[in-house]
Design a protein around this ligand. Structure first.
Ligand code: TEU
Length: 557
């Protein structure tokens, strides 16, 4: 493991879909242990493992029933301890996913609250409805519908920003904060090296008022006490730990808040995930529409965050994919003939940025969106909700399905494609069916085919990781966007002392000319997705479809 988070790369494992060791159709912790050598070969320093705690799995484990026990579907505490140990032996640190904005309604705290115990009722937000009996506010759940659920026996509603079975925790209550610190310490003592905090910027609710022009997010996003709560958690837990890295998932956040969440000296978190760059194919905040990705906006947002965070000495997590996002190669690249080139191009853009790169399982082999053709093949609660909501709004079933196919979180959740066998090596053949369908393209896109092929997407990711470790300019350098308004080129310069790096990518599948390219005299190409030199003509660079390249030089002082 690299002690410096700037030089580190994190690999995200969604255990449910990674590797099923016991043939029940569900991925598990022992499956992750079996694949540690693969992750080491790739070169990642940390594994972020999404939740595997006891849970009814209504939101695949983000509805935690007990933070101290392992869901039997995923394995046992011994398995988790072995995973931490085996990771350590290979120089890989484990980062666990802490869901503290809400708990499952099956969590003991909520069960007691529902029994009427006032101590536990105050762990949540129970509120009276409006005089007409309707919900306390007009806030919408992130998964569709009202964010309030009526409880008849109290004649009150409780708040759930996500699924109705995910009740929001009241962080105003000191007892809640004490319980949370206890959980973090428990996992630190087990040897965990990092934490990812789920939607952590939603924990401080400002006021329970109607939102006249929105879904309510302005009342609970980056709320009034958020920095205070994070500092408190930092000081009482991981801040005192030995080199623990933390990343906060920041929903609809602002950069000004992230300067503090992830500032070098602010005593909150190591880094942040922000999502604005992944809304360039939405209509505003509306995800369930079909609109082409806006490349200009993508660059504006990514570069804005790069330079803004750098100016404030704050740190970004940089990424395209996670378990909530469609596959990037399908989204911004190509599933066609230039699939491989486009996957490598997208990897280049992210991995040479200033920030810690995250790779989501399967991204390193260019996995694509699902090939599902019927709503019954989808598993995600959000996809099913919106399939219904879209039809209620008047869309045909076929149009609603088309939108779900493009945006569903299940695009990132189909089984990891290890090999070309029937279930892609996710689960052993002849045992149970995988919990979610395997993409038919696993016969072509799979890890076995790529680990032995030096020209594969997998090996390209390996090289990018190695390059970050080798060149301080990637991990520590400043960043300057180049020719920001070019319609198809994504390019930037990194500088650090006497080191200089130029990164250029053609974002589209057709030839393009880059007239504003910098002079590359004295540079050498250190990586690219096409063999040989990039063509230069009359001072312009001629980039092939999806071509990406990285040039480096050291200036003599
Ligand atoms: O996600 C937070 C979140 O708001 C989104 O990424 C969400 O999935 C998207 O906006 C829906 O369109 C986190 C977890 O990553 C996600 O898997 C959980 O479902 C969610 O929190 C609730 O815990």
């Amino acid at each position: 493991m690299n002690a410096d988070f700037r030089k580190s790369v994190v690999y995200q494992v969604y255990p449910r879909s990674f590797r099923d060791s016991n043939g029940d159709g569900l991925g598990d912790i022992r499956g992750v242990i079996q694949k540690l050598d693969y992750i080491r070969e790739l070169g990642a320093d940390y594994i972020w493992l999404t939740p595997f705690f006891v849970s009814p799995q209504n939101d695949n484990g983000y509805d935690v029933e007990d933070y101290y026990r392992i869901d039997p579907g995923y394995g046992t505490m011994e398995d988790v301890e072995e995973l931490i140990e085996e990771g350590k032996r290979r120089g890989i640190g484990l980062m666990f996913d802490m869901v503290f904005n809400h708990v499952s309604t099956r969590h003991e705290w909520f069960v007691k609250a529902m029994e009427g115990d006032p101590y536990y009722k105050d762990f949540f937000f129970f509120r009276k409805g409006k005089p007409d009996g309707s919900a306390p506010t007009n806030w919408q759940s992130k998964f569709g519908g009202s964010a309030w659920e009526y409880v008849e026996k109290f004649d009150e509603y409780y708040l759930h920003l996500f699924d109705v079975t995910q009740a929001d925790l009241n962080w105003e209550n000191e007892n809640v904060r004490r319980e949370i610190k206890k959980i973090v310490r428990f996992w630190m003592e087990k040897g965990v090296k990092g934490f990812r905090f789920d939607v952590i910027n939603l924990i401080s609710k400002a006021a329970f008022e109607d939102d006249a022009d929105g879904d309510g997010r302005k009342f609970y996003t980056d709320g009034p006490k958020i920095h205070q709560y994070l500092k408190e958690l930092h000081d009482a837990t991981f801040g005192a730990g030995d080199g623990i890295i933390t990343v906060g998932e920041m929903s609809s956040t602002s950069m000004e808040n992230c300067y503090r969440y992830a500032g070098a000296d602010t005593g909150e978190l190591t880094m942040v995930f922000s999502f604005h760059h992944l809304k360039v194919d939405f209509m505003g905040n509306e995800k369930w529409v079909l609109v082409p990705a806006d490349f200009g906006k993508l660059k504006d947002i990514l570069f804005g965050w790069q330079t803004g965070m750098a100016e404030h000495n704050a740190w970004n997590a940089v990424f395209w994919c996670n378990h909530d996002q469609p596959r990037v190669v399908s989204r911004f690249g190509s599933e066609g003939e230039l699939w491989k080139e486009s996957a490598k191009m997208l990897a280049t853009i992210i991995h040479c940025l200033r920030g810690t790169p995250y790779i989501y399982q399967g991204e390193e082999i260019g996995m694509t969106n699902t090939d599902f053709t019927d709503i019954s093949q989808f598993r995600d609660v959000e996809s099913h909700n919106y399939y219904r909501i879209l039809q209620e709004k008047g869309l045909s079933a076929a149009d609603a399905l088309r939108i779900v196919q493009i945006h569903s979180r299940d695009n990132g959740r189909t089984p990891m494609q290890w090999d070309s066998s029937k279930y892609a090596g996710f689960t052993d053949e002849g045992k149970s069916e995988p919990w979610i369908g395997v993409n038919a393209n696993h016969t072509k896109i799979n890890a076995a085919a790529q680990t032995g092929d030096p020209d594969s997407v997998f090996h390209y990711y390996r090289k990018l990781i190695a390059l970050r470790r080798e060149l301080d300019v990637i991990s520590c350098g400043d960043i300057e966007p180049l020719d920001k308004n070019h319609p198809s080129v994504f390019a930037y310069r990194r500088t650090y002392g006497d080191q200089e790096l130029i990164v250029a990518a053609n974002f589209y599948g057709r030839d393009c000319e880059w007239k504003g390219a910098p002079c590359l005299d004295g540079f050498s190409k250190v990586l690219g997705n096409y063999a040989g030199e990039t063509k230069e003509e009359d001072g312009a660079l001629q980039l092939k479809p999806y071509e990406a390249a990285v040039w480096y030089r050291e200036t003599e002082e």
